[in-house]
Design a protein around this ligand. Structure first.
Ligand code: NAD
Length: 287
């Protein structure tokens, strides 16, 4: 079975940053790629702050921190994206992802495995545009990727069993619990979780229940984060795109109709924690 030694993470946003940090901490030589230099620098600063905190708390040694830094490379040049495993974590848009995969396929060997961290786009829809769909699958991390235990390994119709085995091994090395699932709309978690978000927004819009009350009740019930705090963490744009894709793919059922509330916030660039405001306001100074 092929051994993965080098990983390239494409997209240095919320998820790419966490996934790259996790890969580095698990000993993989990791290249983090993004089209925006400023995003790459922000991502590196976030990782360094996190490692420095771990150092201060005695969770890692200086030698480990030095090793993490030596394993991480940043690049905004697509030609650097050559690795044993490519993990795509860019915007949730099929055409943009396909364009990236085609560029990556052109510069990598036929042995390279490609996975998408998509929350909702069909793995088969992406695979059918690739020259070698056998080496392609979904590898769906959850936010924050460094902390959430679960990953969904999404098997496309043509994904080879050998690739699934390698992804299971990589997941174990990353400290994750991996579940292999079918390529169906929203896979498992996002399909079930749609109601968590949508019903919370219906309650706000139709019954005028305020967001703090809804979140407090959900958290008191045992959910780690209320729906509105979670949407702010995920990114309202990302969450809305996922809702749209699942709704379309399931034949536009009324119960899963995406919320206008999110659409309006996106139009105003109110996207959650990453822009300093979502359903809540975040006072941390933004760049
Ligand atoms: N946010 C979440 O909670 C979450 C959870 C699981 C999965 N996902 C999935 O992960 C992916 C990324 O989500 P995110 O929240 O990190 O998004 P994000 O908006 O935080 O980051 C996306 C990044 O991709 C970069 N980018 C765009 N086009 C690019 C290209 N062609 N090449 C390289 N970089 C490019 C952007 O510059 C940006 O930095 C999406 O597919 C999303 O569905 C998100």
């Amino acid at each position: 079975m092929q051994q993965i030694k080098t990983i390239c993470v494409c997209g240095a946003g919320t998820m790419g940053t966490g996934i790259a940090q996790l890969c580095v901490q698990s000993g993989y030589s990791t290249l983090l790629f993004d089209v925006q230099e400023v995003v790459l620098q922000r991502s590196k600063t976030a990782m360094q702050e996190n490692w420095n905190n771990q150092l201060v708390k005695g969770k890692i040694s200086q030698a480990q921190l030095d090793q993490f830094e030596s394993l991480l490379t940043l690049s905004s040049n697509i030609n650097d994206c050559v690795a044993d495993l490519l993990i795509e974590a860019i915007v949730e848009k099929l055409t943009v992802k396909l364009d990236l995969f085609q560029q990556l396929a052109a510069i990598n060997s036929m042995k390279t495995m490609m996975v998408s961290n998509t929350s909702s786009i069909s793995i088969n829809a992406m695979a059918k545009k690739l020259e070698d769909p056998f080496r392609f699958a979904g590898l769906h991390f959850f936010n924050p990727a460094t902390q959430m235990k679960l990953v969904e390994i999404v098997k496309g119709d043509l994904t080879s069993e050998a690739v699934i085995k390698v992804l299971q091994e990589v997941s174990v090395r990353l400290g994750k619990t991996a579940v292999v699932c079918k390529d169906s709309p929203g896979f498992i978690v996002n399909r079930v979780a749609r109601h968590y978000y949508l019903e919370s927004m219906f309650l706000l819009e139709q019954e005028n229940v305020d967001i703090t009350t809804i979140d407090q009740v959900l958290e008191a019930t045992g959910f780690k984060m209320g729906a509105f705090r979670l949407m702010d963490l995920i990114g309202i744009d990302i969450n809305y795109h996922v809702s749209n894709i699942i709704w379309e793919d399931l034949g536009q059922p009324k119960r899963l109709l995406p919320s206008m509330l999110q659409q309006q916030k996106i139009e105003q660039n109110i996207l959650g924690m990453k822009t300093g405001e979502g359903f809540y306001k975040y006072y941390k100074e933004m760049e």
